[in-house]
Design a protein around this ligand. Structure first.
Ligand code: FUC
Length: 771
């Protein structure tokens, strides 16, 4: 059957095209990733996303591949991972640890204390859109790019003397992915489009101008339906699940995808109906594009970072990345990296969607590394490190929704495993909100995942000063997380201090009593609850109880090598280069160890980090940037940034340290998105820090960034900073007070304090004098 769709005006289509094709790559400060060749591997392709849908655009010439995901397609089914009766073994495990019998404790825990099943479930690839252009064999002027400001991936080239353009975006308002194909000469666009998937259970059908892909996961109850509609001025025919378009000037493909997942307890959704409704309601391209750009810019445009453009800044992104290794004189590249992280947050974590997982939402495999789930002993939290400073507070919300779910599943685990009130999460979770210990007792029994996550609620309050949020959302969840530790903390027979046992210093040293990191996190959570109770004028008794317990928790200790001890006993291996440096949590993201307040502990923390060395996986490098920023050592932080930008051009190389792929995705290796976010947060920490109640401007500016300008950078207390620096010196700063709090500003040894009125700007000169 043949259809003709004549809704598109050729004149309009051609007008936009010519302008874009003339764009040259000379606008080096443009916030674009761009390349002169198509992707050779997945890690070259360019990501788009609207929070729930994600896609990777390869930009191939004869075959365009758009690999896509929908965030709720996971293996498994609703279940509680709690191990019935586990709490009967708690006392025995503790006793074995106290007696120094770690192996026996781990064995007992393996048998009776681990989650059921032992492993959590995996995030799944959904499908691929393939667009074939068999005539395109004589190609010149190729360019593909990702425009971070507009949120659009584009491909341009000429085939013979005809110019072709593709635009791809994932719209949050329309809930769909739009692909527009255009030729700059009338009727020259010919292609075939089809869908496919790597799932064993799949079904592809077509009808008129629509294609449907149904998939079902191998191990589990979830199924997905993706639909695509083709709208064109060309001739459309359908054969065997493939749509052919001939003699067109433009074509628009609209893609929707959905699953039967409703929430972690309910899988009774209707994937086909949801997917069809999205397509039915999808606005026409021009309207969708306009709404998409407006929606994207409302978030993206709040923050700007200008760092100088140098010779290498004009290069394509992959060449720029390679050049940076030996000649890092390309400050604008850091600005691009920060903005890319903001782009990726907007694309993977929007209100109403799930939190960004280990790969954000971008996954092309059925067995992705670590199942592309949520590892909460660093990785998931790191995803959200730049969200508040980067002025994207609403992108934090999916994490809060996940915490709310976990407070329920985690309460069952608190009861079943520890006979305790409140809730906790161990080191991982998945779409089913698993909270029990998984994988192995030597690292799966780690009790402070929920506590750390809860501190994100507190941070959101500190940055926004939103008291309603504190009262209704944050405090009840934080209180539940703290209540667990009121019951769980136990007296160490050797020191008489309260300790966290059994637990683990993430993935290092096995099951232990009293890892330093746990104590830092628990103290921070208690402090946050005490301060919240004070703000909300509530729960004074509970706050007093936390205050008392906090003072009894085992303190940070300095060991014989001058290091900050990772455990209760002084057994740190100073030759270990382990990727986790968990015991420095109190330096970042915590704040109990600071150069001013605890100089001895800062020295010890530096010693520990020195022993661990500068190498590591992607996220480990990113964490170290933040550590050095908090040590106020911009030079060392910059060394770590260079390492994070280490070019890894071939993604099949999985050995060696971390770095960045050609599409600037973080390489653990393999791809893990946490490093993108942690790295961006680290760069922002060089420009401003606000965790100690004052706006500390340019606290750790490296020599490599002597000048720049930032605007819309958010600080705790709800202040928005716009500032400029030159020759490594602050020139001027404008502080917007969003909540009317008193403002304390610090620059070097200068300090100033002034009262503010909500909504007013305060301008200060380089001497911090109000102008
Ligand atoms: C933790 C880390 C690994 C990896 C995984 C997802 O287990 O130790 O390096 O990042 O999470």
């Amino acid at each position: 059957m043949i259809f003709r769709f004549l809704q598109l005006s050729k004149a309009t289509l051609l007008a936009g095209f010519v302008i874009s094709l003339c764009m040259t790559p000379s606008h080096a400060q443009d916030l674009k990733l761009w390349y002169k060749q198509p992707s050779k591997q997945w890690e070259d392709a360019l990501p788009v996303g609207n929070g729930s849908l994600a896609a990777m655009v390869f930009g191939g010439v004869e075959n365009e591949r758009i690999q896509f995901n929908e965030e709720t397609l996971w293996t498994g089914e609703p279940r509680s991972y709690a191990h019935k009766g586990a709490s009967q073994y708690l006392a025995q495990i503790r006793t074995l640890l106290n007696e120094g019998k770690q192996k026996e404790a781990e064995e007992l825990a393996s048998e009776h204390f681990m989650g059921v099943p032992l492993r959590q479930m995996a995030y799944q690839a959904f499908g691929d859109v393939h667009i074939d252009f068999p005539e395109h064999r004589n190609v010149s002027d190729y360019r593909r790019e990702l425009d971070l400001e507009k949120g659009i991936a584009q491909v341009y080239y000429k085939n013979g003397n005809v110019g072709f353009k593709r635009e791809v975006f994932a719209s949050y308002p329309a809930k769909a992915i739009y692909i527009k194909l255009t030729a700059d000469q009338s009727g020259k666009l010919n292609f075939a489009v089809r869908m496919d998937a790597i799932h064993a259970q799949k079904n592809i059908t077509g009808h008129a101008n629509e294609l449907t892909l149904q998939v079902k996961v191998e191990n589990g109850v979830l199924e997905g339906v993706a639909k695509m509609k083709v709208v064109t001025d060309g001739k459309v025919s359908h054969e065997n699940g493939k749509i052919n378009v001939e003699n067109a000037t433009a074509a628009i493909l609209i893609l929707s995808a959905a699953t039967n997942y409703v929430d972690y307890q309910n899988v009774n959704g209707n994937a086909a109906a949801k997917s069809a409704a999205i397509l039915k309601n999808a606005p026409p391209f021009d309207k969708a594009l306009k709404e998409h750009i407006a929606d994207h810019q409302r978030l993206f445009g709040r923050f700007a970072l200008h760092l100088p453009v140098k010779a290498n800044s004009a290069l394509p992104t992959d060449e720029r990345l390679v050049k940076f290794k030996d000649n890092p004189d390309d400050p604008a590249f850091l600005a691009l990296y920060v903005q890319y992280a903001r782009y990726l947050l907007i694309a993977s974590s929007r209100p109403g969607t799930h939190a960004a997982n280990l790969q954000g939402k971008w996954n092309h495999q059925l067995k992705p590394s670590w199942d592309s789930k949520y590892t909460v002993n660093i990785n998931t939290e790191m995803n959200y490190w730049p969200v508040e400073m980067g002025n994207l507070p609403e992108c934090h919300r999916p994490l809060f929704a996940m915490i709310a779910d976990l407070s329920k599943t985690g309460a069952a685990v608190a009861k079943e495993h520890y006979n305790a009130n409140g809730w906790l999460v161990h080191h991982n979770t998945d779409v089913w909100r698993g909270a029990a210990p998984i994988n192995a007792s030597n690292h799966g029994i780690w009790v402070t995942g929920g506590a750390w996550l809860s501190l994100h609620l507190w941070e959101h309050y500190r940055f926004t000063q939103d008291k309603t949020f504190l009262e209704k959302t944050a405090y009840p969840l934080m209180k539940g997380a703290a209540a667990f530790f009121v019951d769980f903390l136990v007296k160490d027979p050797k020191t008489g201090m309260l300790i966290s046992s059994p637990s683990n210093s993430p993935e290092n040293g096995g099951l232990v009593a009293g890892p330093t990191m746990d104590h830092q996190i628990i103290r921070a959570l208690f402090k946050a609850c005490i301060e919240s109770a004070d703000v909300l004028k509530t729960d004074q008794d509970f706050a007093a109880k936390l205050e008392k317990l906090s003072s009894q928790i085992a303190p940070n200790q300095v060991g014989k090598a001058g290091q900050l001890q990772e455990w209760m006993t002084d057994i740190d291996d100073t030759t270990s280069h382990h990727r986790h440096v968990s015991h420095l949590w109190g330096v970042y993201p915590g704040e109990e160890i600071t150069p001013e307040k605890t100089p001895e502990l800062i020295q010890a923390a530096k010693k520990s980090l020195g022993f661990r060395g500068d190498d590591g996986t992607g996220w480990s490098l990113a964490w170290k940037i933040n550590y050095w920023a908090r040590f106020l050592d911009g030079e060392h932080a910059y060394t770590m940034i260079r390492k994070l930008f280490n070019p890894i051009m071939d993604a099949s190389v999985k050995k060696g340290g971390g770095g960045s792929y050609p599409n600037l995705f973080d390489a653990h290796p393999p791809f893990q998105i946490d490093g993108n976010f942690g790295g961006a947060a680290g760069i922002l920490e060089l420009l401003a820090q606000s965790h100690l109640g004052e706006l500390h401007l340019l606290p750790a500016l490296p020599k490599a960034l002597p000048e720049g300008k930032v605007s819309g950078l958010v600080a705790r207390g709800a202040f928005e900073i716009t500032m400029e620096w030159k020759n490594g010196q602050l020139q001027r700063v404008d502080v917007l007070s969003k909540a009317g709090n008193p403002c304390h500003v610090r620059y070097g040894s200068k300090r100033v304090t002034f009262d503010t009125v909500k909504g007013k700007h305060y301008k200060l000169n380089a001497d911090l004098q109000l102008q």
